[in-house]
Each structure stands twice: as structure tokens, then as C-alpha cells.
Design a protein around this ligand. Structure first.
Ligand code: HAM
Length: 438
């Protein structure tokens, strides 16, 4: 048997429905927050990620799916969405567009060679947002608010927003010196990668997966203590706008994020999964990335969320999804009735009803059973003689009452009956009352 690669999953059935629900909410919010959809390639030139995310980050050092194509080009399966969006922004000269800032959202699979465990996959799905072309703190607050609202609409109750600031270039340089000064005497107690990082990029020591529990890191200097006036002002302003929007947050000075491109605001959304706190989303400001990748200096902010982890969190919090009953199942026996079923199914579907019919030529008894499996509210039983009279038999699968209905009136009839059903039972209990057809 050929099996799926380690750390990859087939998403379908119940889990597929969680994915669909998350995508639906993201699409709906993207529309009202006015973000345009962007799709960038799943593989890009390796240089984009190596340069963009930082050679010393764990993702670039250990987790990249790098490969050569048949033309000997160095390519990489994207580990995240931001670098690709920035490449598209520069390549398509969007910085020159009349409409500024440019606001994008995306949804797609990313690839990281990680050690698979609960909530840590090699193929993961992210939805993400990027605002390119503004440094106004209202954009930081908007991105955080968008993420927070997605989780609220999905019904997640235990999401925490953790906020920090790394400051601008000047503040980060000052912090870097302080960090080196603090870590240097203890660096022998850290992993080999971290020993190298001390000189190249000491900030990455703070999110190293190997050394994350090293007690030396508990007393480490905090970025917030090294912000210059401008950076402090930006951070205070982001917090004020979050208060204005009633977004609860905690300032957490340990949040530094695992990628190199961040400056100023950084944040994470966390949830309890299997008793452990897991990031379901994260992001921040990246004012230097466009320039680093060859574009004009452009301030940006963004965020991405792991759809797989959000789906896990929803299941852990016991969030059930809407009833997936169908409205009607069309039953038939002979060829003439079958043709009519095919025709009527299309008419009803285009009128907005959820409709199924028989595909395997089974007995009427088996079709009744199939209708029960779909928890059909109504059964439409097609019979040649009754069709000649322009009528069909409709059985209410809850009350078990049957009625002859004129085909011309069928849409109105179903509409009315479904509204009545909803009023009487409410959605959740309807399907529990549906008894098996014999
Ligand atoms: P990130 O923190 O690397 O940020 O990933 C964002 C989210 O993707 C995480 O919070 C987590 O929910 C999910 N995630 C990451 N790795 C895995 C994995 N191996 N398995 C399952 N889920 C995972 C970024 O990717 C940035 N591009 C975010 C950003 C956008 N910053 C600015 N704009």
C-alpha cells in the first residue's frame, strides 16, 4: 500500500467540515474588512525564503523543503506565505498602485520539515493577512482584531492574545548588544546552533526549540526595556486602538517570534490543546522586508494562522458544526422516474435546496435507508403514474406524514415546510427526531 508522507494528512469527513467552516468565516471577514485574495506559488526560488526569513532561523536552518528542478534551479516549497506575497508586491510593482495600502489575504498549504506531533505537521494549512504600505498603528490593531474576530465567530472561548514589541532598528540594535552581554558568560550551556547564533543573531536563541527550557532564558533582558521613544509611542498607540476595539490582550515580553523579518509589534494567539498552550496564529510588523527583498522601503504588518490547529482547538472546546442534514432525497425505481429525478434534482438544487438522489440503482427500501443516512428532512418519491398527473409524493421524514404535491408547487411547498420544521423543532433537535424508515 502506498501511504501518505510523514506529517501530512488527508483532510475529509468531520475534519473537512471544520476546515470548510474556518475558510467560510475567513472569506466572509476578508470581504467586510476589504482584503483582496492573493494566491502565490507553492514553490519559489530558495533565495526568497533564505534571505527573507533569515538564515539563522530554525525554519530556514532545519525545516526547508529545498530541491532542484530538472533545469537545475534551486527551489523551495513555501514554509510560509509572507515572503511570497512580498515578492509578488515587488515583482508586480504594487507599491506604485493608486490604492494604498495594499491589503491581501490568502489560504493555502505550507511545508516545514518538522518533527511531527499533535498540532505540528509537515504539510500545514495557513490563512494569512498582509497589509503593505502603512506604518499607522491602526493597521496593527486591525490585523489583530481580524484574527481575534475569526476565532470569536468560530466560537473559540479560550484564545489568548499575547503582545510584545521588538522596536525599530535602533531599539533592536541596542537590545541585541544587551542580549549578547547577558548570554555570553552562559553560552556554553546552550546548543551548538545557539553558540553560533550568539554572534550572528542572538534573538534567535530566545525561540530555539532545543533550549527553550534553559533557566538562563528566564532572566533574559526584555525588548520592551530597550525601545526608543518612537517605538514606545508606536506600541502605546497599538494598545490604545486594541482597547478601543475591545480586543483583550496580555503584554508578554517573551514573544519574539521565530522569523527574522519582524520589527515593532509582534503577537501570538494561543489556545490550550491537550493541556498545552499552542500558538494557533501569530504575526507582526515587518517594516524592513520589502527593502531586503529588493523593493522600496515599505512598512508592513501581517499575521497567519494554522487552520489545522484552529480545527483542533475547535474540537477540543467541543464546538459542533451546523447540522449537515439534506433537505430532500429523490427516490425512484424505473428509468423514466430516474430521468425525472435527475431533472428535478437540478431544479431544486438551483432553487437553493440541499438535494440528493440514488446513484447505484438500489431497491426502494435501500434508498429509504440512504435517505436516513443523509438525515433527509423530506423524501420525494417519484412514481411514473403520478408524474403523468404532474404530481409527486412528499413524505415528511419527521412526522412521517405523506402528501401529494403538484410539481409546479413543489418549490413553494418545500420552502414552507422547511421553515415550519425549523420553527417547530429548531435545527439541532430535528435530526434526532428522524426515525428510521422501514
Ligand atoms: P508562524 O508563527 O511561523 O508565522 O506560523 C503561523 C501559524 O502557523 C502558527 O501560529 C501555527 O498556528 C501555524 N503553524 C506553524 N507551523 C506549523 C506546523 N508545523 N504545523 C501546524 N501548524 C503550524 C508565519 O508563518 C508568518 N508568515 C506570519 C506572518 C504573516 N507574519 C507577518 N505576516
Amino acid at each position: 500500500m502506498i501511504t501518505k508522507p510523514k506529517g501530512c494528512y488527508d483532510i475529509y469527513g468531520k475534519e473537512g467540515k471544520y476546515f470548510q467552516k474556518i475558510n467560510e468565516v475567513v472569506d466572509m471577514l476578508a470581504l467586510v474588512y476589504h482584503y483582496q485574495y492573493i494566491r502565490t506559488p507553492i514553490f519559489e526560488s530558495s533565495e526568497l525564503f533564505h534571505r527573507g526569513m533569515g538564515e539563522t532561523s530554525d525554519v530556514v536552518k532545519k525545516e526547508m523543503y529545498d530541491f532542484k528542478d530538472k533545469g537545475d534551479r534551486n527551489l523551495t516549497l513555501r514554509p510560509e506565505g509572507t515572503a511570497g506575497v512580498v515578492r509578488a508586491y515587488i515583482e508586480n510593482k504594487m507599491y506604485g498602485d493608486a490604492v494604498q495600502p495594499v491589503k491581501f489575504y490568502y489560504n493555502g498549504t505550507m511545508y516545514r520539515y518538522e518533527r511531527p506531533q499533535l498540532g505540528r505537521d509537515r504539510e500545514l494549512t495557513q490563512f494569512g493577512l498582509e497589509i503593505l504600505g502603512t506604518n499607522d498603528p491602526i493597521s496593527d490593531a486591525e490585523i489583530i482584531s481580524f484574527g481575534y474576530q475569526v476565532y470569536q465567530i468560530l466560537g473559540l472561548k479560550n484564545v489568548k492574545v499575547q503582545l510584545n514589541s521588538l522596536g525599530d532598528k535602533e531599539s533592536r540594535l541596542k537590545y541585541r548588544e544587551e542580549l549578547i552581554h547577558y548570554l555570553k558568560p552562559h553560552i556554553g550551556q546552550f546548543c551548538e546552533d545557539c553558540q553560533e547564533r550568539l554572534k550572528e543573531n542572538p534573538l534567535r536563541i530566545l525561540d530555539c526549540k532545543v533550549d527553550k527550557d534553559n533557566p538562563i532564558l528566564k532572566q533574559v533582558p526584555k525588548t520592551l526595556d530597550y525601545l526608543n521613544e518612537e517605538s514606545k509611542k508606536h506600541f502605546e498607540s497599538v494598545k490604545e486602538y486594541l482597547d478601543l476595539l475591545s480586543i483583550p490582550y496580555e503584554v508578554d515580553p517573551t514573544i519574539v517570534r521565530g522569523l527574522d523579518y519582524y520589527s515593532h509589534t509582534v503577537f501570538e494567539f494561543t489556545c490550550e490543546i491537550d493541556g498545552k498552550s499552542l500558538a494557533i496564529g501569530g504575526g507582526g510588523r515587518y517594516n524592513g522586508l520589502v527593502e531586503l527583498l529588493g523593493g522600496p522601503s515599505t512598512p508592513c504588518i501581517g499575521f497567519a494562522s494554522g487552520v489545522d490547529r484552529v480545527a483542533l482547538a475547535m474540537q477540543q472546546e467541543g464546538i459542533s458544526l451546523e447540522d449537515d442534514r439534506i433537505d430532500a432525497f429523490l427516490l425512484y425505481v424505473n428509468d423514466e422516474e430516474k430521468k425525472y429525478a435527475v431533472y428535478l434534482a437540478q431544479e431544486l438544487r438551483l432553487a437553493g435546496f440541499r438535494v440528493e438522489t440514488e446513484y447505484l440503482g438500489r431497491s426502494l427500501k435501500a434508498q429509504f435507508k440512504q435517505a436516513d443516512r443523509f438525515r433527509a428532512s423530506f423524501l420525494i418519491i417519484l412514481n411514473s403514474e403520478e408524474l403523468d398527473n404532474n404530481e409527486v409524493k412528499v413524505k415528511n421524514n419527521h412526522t412521517k406524514e405523506e402528501e401529494m404535491v403538484s410539481i409546479n408547487m413543489l418549490i413553494y411547498y418545500l420552502d414552507e415546510q422547511l421553515s415550519l420544521l425549523q420553527e417547530e423543532c429548531g435545527c439541532d433537535c430535528c435530526h434526532d427526531k428522524g426515525e428510521e424508515n422501514e
